[in-house]
Design a protein around this ligand. Sequence first.
Ligand code: HEC
Ligand code: HEC
Length: 221
Amino acid sequence: MLLTIVRHTFLLCVLSLLTFHTVSASDLASPAMLSDTCLGCHGPAGISEGPATPTISGMSEIYIIGAMLAYKYDNDEDKVEEVIESDPDFEDVEFFARTSTVMDRIAKGYSEAEIKAIAKYFAALPFKASVQEVNPELAKAGADIHEHHCEKCHEDGGRSADDDAGVLAGQWIPYLEYTMADFQSGDRAMPKKMRKQMEEAHDVHGEESIAKLIQFYADQQ
Ligand code: HEC
Ligand code: HEC
């Protein structure tokens, strides 16, 4: 509860410091200009300086677009599916409901055309893993759990963006903790097969399975 309050308060302060662009869709600003607002939170070049904000550079276009549409339309599945079907560029985008502290408000400021341009811009920038202290024993145990339950969709130890499932390796520990808690509570949606693997990992490796996985991802450079 306290963590949630701290998380909200901090982000809303940052949000209030930012200026929002006011270009219309017919007057498409350059991708770099459009993306400028994002850097205040997601860090210079989209590499987050932590702790509750993910690094977005180097993720796939499809993943970024999926996230932005879910935020923009407040997880209205019918609306997002309609948008996906209306544009061949969105063919591979999948809808998953998401939790949001600030992104719902931010995403509403952008048209679909702008979201496409922004996604392309960040996908072309390199991902850089955050450097953070990890517990080597937990990370080692996490590697094994990842290999059996997660590697299939989060390839290369969670480093690959090609699965359109985000980039897990090198994200900040607090972001990963919030995210895993949101998945576990059901507030954030995930593919059925991912839920199954999360449950199996929990059954086999117990309560600490999540902490071990998080330490493993945080340890990847
Ligand atoms: C006020 C801070 C803030 C700003 C500005 C901001 N973001 Fe975010 N972003 C966040 C936070 C925090 C999250 C985690 C979800 C949440 O709590 O809303 C996030 C999540 C995301 C995600 C999901 C990443 C993942 O790993 O699933 C994407 C994609 C994203 N933001 C893109 C953008 C883009 C593009 C912009 C600029 C148009 C932007 N963000 C501006 C704070 C911000
Ligand atoms: C069947 C494929 C599949 C499996 C198996 C799977 N995932 Fe995922 N995972 C996904 C997809 C797809 C997403 C993106 C969902 C979205 O767009 O919101 C995702 C998203 C995530 C995210 C959020 C990333 C972000 O940047 O916010 C985390 C964390 C995660 N998975 C952890 C795991 C862990 C840990 C396991 C193993 C226990 C696992 N996943 C197994 C497909 C899978």
